[in-house]
Design a protein around this ligand. Structure first.
Ligand code: G3H
Length: 541
């Protein structure tokens, strides 16, 4: 397809949209969930704009999807108060409930959630422009994550059901909740990434205030009733509005015990600082990244190009794990560029529901303009856009720009573009690449592409203390979800995985006693008479 036709045929007329993916009326959402009830917000609303435009006689018209509540600080605090009451200093129904019963509540939620798959997937496409296949994957992966979390908790609980005897001390160790969690996710995975903190927080017995991401907000609406009906009142509260207005007030109150946030390191730092007792705040943060892909001179170029294309451009590069700068050895740079551009030209642009589509409009307002400034900056300092049509745009759509040669003076060398701009640096000496990683403010992941074992081996050692994950001959990614997902420097705080998240949202409590007859008898009585939820040898099957 020529670049001209790519852009001119991009946006559909309303008649072009397949029946199945059409939206009905605009959704005016006024509901928010506090203390087990859906409340109606009578104040101002935020307009929800789609990244998708329609071709009309009057030109391109942006689709308005509806609106969501713009709660004020006072209303947001009612949600926090409800969570505080439900937690009740750890004495509430939820934090004291037996693990097996909490699991039943989460299972009930999952059943209701699965019923909303089509509605959520459709909104993922319309709200953030994620293609159908990836939207379905996001939904299904989230359901799988919930199932895996339930299984991991059962396993954890089984291990805690036994007593341990050490140095004449008999003890039982269990993980217990921390308190009230504030969970906030990112717009690029508004369902999945939010639920990877929300579900572990809940299942471990914490109560939660959940604020959806800045985009991808309406898609939570179909789940509100499921949340309301599946958990005791106040255990899960869902609020909407500007972070500055609502979240600042929550943090300032000092009543948030766990802060789970996926976003920028600046946003996270600003919010953490508002908490009056920082030592009482545990944080689980997924933040900025600038993951490099390093292409060595001895390399399976075909594989490196394939992985670099998906690594840099799946969901238009809007993944925290995306490859955001490519270092290519000068011996292979020419063939790499040729193959990379050829592969990129095969990617289909279009609307999220079109079969096989890879490149779609960007949901953030002003994103195409921002990317243009990055490209212009690089060009003014000597780079060129080396792919056909690179950087061309129409409204919210920006066709990927491959920039070469990129140097350290250019903004795109360090700045996280979070979009379809691919900076390529040519290097001769591996020291250039090693220094880049050592001096970077970020430390999430990187990818090494090469076939020379000595070279790959020594690079692994050079980077092992720099990033959370080193990928060999593969793009960077979060999954499988059973593996640790973390980062160093400004990229993260804490480690998430199915297994780790249960630990992030809990703390171990030990009940211990001297191993002597009277104590043995006492503990045995408590267990036999089922006089404690904590001290029990019940085994969850
Ligand atoms: O945006 C960051 C996500 O955690 C990346 O997940 O690597 O599975 O796309 P992914």
């Amino acid at each position: 397809m020529t670049t001209d036709t790519r852009l001119s045929n991009l946006f559909p007329t309303s008649a072009d949209i397949p029946e199945k993916y059409r939206l009905g009326e605009q959704i005016e959402q006024r509901e928010y969930l506090v203390d087990g009830s859906l409340h109606i917000w009578k104040g101002p609303l935020a307009v929800v704009r789609s990244p998708i435009y329609l071709t009309t006689e009057k030109g391109d018209e942006q689709v308005i999807l509806g609106s969501t509540p713009l709660l004020d600080a006072q209303t947001a605090l009612t949600a926090l108060d409800a969570a505080v009451r439900a937690y009740d200093n750890g004495q509430g129904l939820w934090p004291t409930m037996r693990v097996v019963e909490r699991i039943q509540h989460v299972e009930a939620f999952l059943t209701r959630m699965r019923e909303q798959r089509a509605a959520v997937v459709k909104l993922l496409m319309w709200e953030i422009g994620k293609n159908l296949k990836d939207s379905e994957k996001e939904f299904d992966r989230t359901c799988d994550y919930i199932v895996d979390t339930i299984n991991a908790l059962k396993e954890l609980d089984r291990r805690s059901s036994r007593f341990e005897l050490e140095q004449d001390t008999l003890g039982q160790i269990r993980r217990v909740p921390l308190g009230v969690s504030l969970c906030m996710g990112p717009y690029n995975y508004p369902l999945n990434e939010t639920f990877t903190t929300l579900i572990p927080a809940l299942i471990m017995g914490n109560t939660v205030v959940f604020k959806p991401a800045k985009l991808g907000v309406l898609l939570i609406r179909p789940l509100l009733e499921a949340f309301r009906d599946s958990f005791p009142a106040g255990v899960i509260n869902v609020i909407y509005g500007s972070g500055r207005e609502t979240v600042s007030a929550l943090m300032r109150s000092g009543n948030v015990d766990v802060f789970a946030f996926i976003g920028t390191n600046k946003g996270a730092s600003d919010l953490k600082k508002l908490h009056p007792k920082p030592h009482r705040l545990r944080a689980a943060l997924g933040l900025d990244a600038k993951n490099p892909g390093i292409i060595l001179p001895e390399v399976d170029l075909e594989n490196a190009v394939n992985e670099a294309i998906t690594g840099a451009l799946s969901f238009n590069g809007q993944r925290c794990t995306a490859l955001k700068v490519l270092f290519v050895h000068e011996q292979v740079i020419d063939s790499f560029l040729e193959k990379f551009n050829a592969k990129l030209a095969e990617l289909k642009s279009g609307m999220p529901w079109e079969p096989g589509v890879a490149l779609t409009p960007l949901p953030e307002q002003g994103k195409a303009e921002y990317l243009k400034t990055l490209v212009a900056d690089a060009i003014s300092k000597g780079a060129k856009v080396v792919n056909a049509g690179g950087g061309e745009s129409r409204e919210s759509f920006f066709y990927p720009a491959v920039l070469y040669p990129v140097t350290s003076e250019m903004r795109v060398y360090q700045e996280e573009q979070f979009g379809p701009v691919v900076p390529i640096v040519s290097y001769r000496d591996l020291k250039t690449v090693i220094d880049y990683v050592l001096e970077s403010d970020f430390g999430q992941q990187l990818s090494i592409f090469g076939t020379n074992s000595a070279q790959v081996g020594s690079l692994v050692d050079a980077f092992a203390n720099q990033v959370g994950r080193i990928n060999i001959n593969a793009q960077c990614q979060r999954g499988p979800d059973s593996f640790p997902f973390n980062g160093r420097k400004n990229s993260a705080e804490g480690t998430l995985s199915v297994h780790d998240a249960l630990r992030v949202f809990s703390i171990r409590t030990l009940v211990a006693t001297k191993f002597q007859e009277s104590n043995k008898a006492l503990i045995s009585d408590i267990i036999r008479n089922r006089e404690s939820s904590f001290l029990t040898t019940d085994y969850i099957f």
